[in-house]
Design a protein around this ligand. Structure first.
Ligand SMILES: C[S@@+](CC[C@H](N)C(=O)[O-])C[C@H]1O[C@@H](n2cnc3c(N)ncnc32)[C@H](O)[C@@H]1O
Length: 398
């Protein structure tokens, strides 16, 4: 079973990709952008701001529509999405046979040949005959592999870790939705993080926190417990309008059988347009940590990402709020993956409460920070950080 995939909501009984045609050019496809739990609203705002069509807020992920090029653009431009998938077919599936037939109704040969590898992930909810997700995945894999063998004479292999073609199937009640994944490796893997400290934040979560913090991309920003620098680097890339996927070696769709010279040229033009949109301006962004070694990793990561940050070797308790309005966005220790002293939370809260006129936003995996902060949060977002339930707390310090 694949846990990286959230469940798209089925809203029609039998849909096949390519069924509708775009008024000006290629087919209109139904895409699904998945996100870390609790960040769907931020992803929805982001996709709308990026100009995607038919974007809807949906728990578990955000649907949107467009042509193939829009799916590629989402992989390149979304800072918050974990994966981008395209709906290949949605159909009634109440038995293993109807599931197999429904999957075989899609022509998989444009994507998968016998020399490539395939992986299938499945999630099943509320189906009597297809309740075992492992069995669903196996049946879908058989349907695809059998089709390729019958058309080409040879079977593609299955790869659990690094497949060329990744398929996800969601069985909800008596319907199955089959998606092809465009992303390849999860989109949080931007390619700039060379080194990490303890408990690094996913890049996609850091980007979601920045959006939830209501940052205007001009106010000076500080992460006083920056670790490997993920929040500060994501902030700089956002302020520069640098698409986060530009430094990725490749996406999943580039490994499909039909990705040839013409597609490479379109992708190259798209990347050129995104490079031309980089503004070259960031406000002051400070990344600080009391651990000098982790700060060295943050410096190397920032260099690799091509962004300029101000680094400080400093304890958060020494942070001074004397420089006009700033925004703090940080991911402090919770005492789960990193040990903390008993009076640590009180000390950090006291330091934040001295930052008069600043906005302070922190990802808390413990109630200890909220307990010691004197103001009430102006906003609370409930999020998942790995396997931990967390609150993202925003304070205006009077
Ligand atoms: C959860 S980690 C941050 C991870 C970071 N967001 C990343 O993506 O790598 C917390 C960081 O707080 C730092 N830290 C702990 N106590 C501190 C203190 N009193 N002052 C400054 N930094 C501190 C640790 O060194 C660690 O790097």
């Amino acid at each position: 079973m694949n846990t990286d995939a959230s469940t798209p909501s089925p809203d029609s009984s039998d849909t096949t990709a390519h069924a509708r045609t775009h008024p000006t050019s290629g087919p209109v496809l139904d895409f699904h952008a998945s996100a870390i739990s609790g960040t769907e609203g931020a992803l929805c705002d982001e996709l709308r701001e990026l100009g995607f069509s038919s974007v809807r807020l949906n728990r578990g992920g955000i649907p949107f529509r467009g042509e193939w090029r829009d799916g590629w653009r989402a992989c390149l431009q979304s800072r918050i999405a974990s994966r981008i998938q395209v709906l290949m077919r949605r159909f009634p599936a109440t038995s293993p046979e109807s599931l197999y037939k429904g999957v075989q109704a899609v022509d998989w040969t444009p994507y998968l040949t016998s020399t490539q590898t395939l992986s299938v992930g499945a999630v099943s909810r509320g189906s009597e005959a297809l309740h075992h997700s492992g069995f669903v995945a196996l049946k879908v894999k058989d349907a695809i592999v059998d089709q390729v063998r019958s058309r080409t004479g040879a079977r593609p292999s299955v790869s659990g870790t690094d497949a060329d073609v990744r398929v996800f199937v969601y069985v909800v009640g008596d319907k199955a939705s089959v998606y092809l994944d465009l992303s390849g490796e999860s989109l949080h893997k931007r390619g700039y993080r060379l080194g990490v400290g303890d408990a690094p934040l996913r890049e996609t979560l850091a980007a979601a926190l920045l959006r939830l913090s209501a940052w205007d991309r001009r106010t000076p920003l500080v992460d006083p417990m920056c670790g490997s620098g993920t929040i500060a680097i994501e902030a700089a890339m956002w302020a520069l309008n640098k698409a986060p996927g530009l430094d990725r070696e490749r996406f999943g769709f580039e490994r499909w059988a039909n990705f040839g010279a013409k597609q490479r040229a379109v992708l190259s033009t798209l990347k050129g347009e995104l490079r031309a949109a980089i503004t070259g301006q960031t406000p002051r962004i400070v990344a600080a940590d009391r651990d000098e070694k982790v700060l060295d990793a943050a410096k190397a990561n920032a260099r690799q990402a091509g962004v300029r940050l101000a680094f400080r070797h400093q304890a958060v308790e020494d942070l001074q709020g004397t420089e006009g309005r700033h925004l703090v966005v940080t991911n402090p220790p919770y005492g789960v993956r990193m040990d903390v002293a008993p009076d640590f939370y009180r000390g950090v809260a006291a330091a934040f409460c001295r930052l008069h006129g600043w906005r302070v936003c922190l990802l808390a995996g413990t109630t200890e920070y909220a307990r010691h902060m004197s103001p009430t949060p102006v906003r609370r977002d409930v999020l998942r950080n790995g396997d931990l339930d967390c609150e993202f707390l925003s304070y205006e310090i009077a």
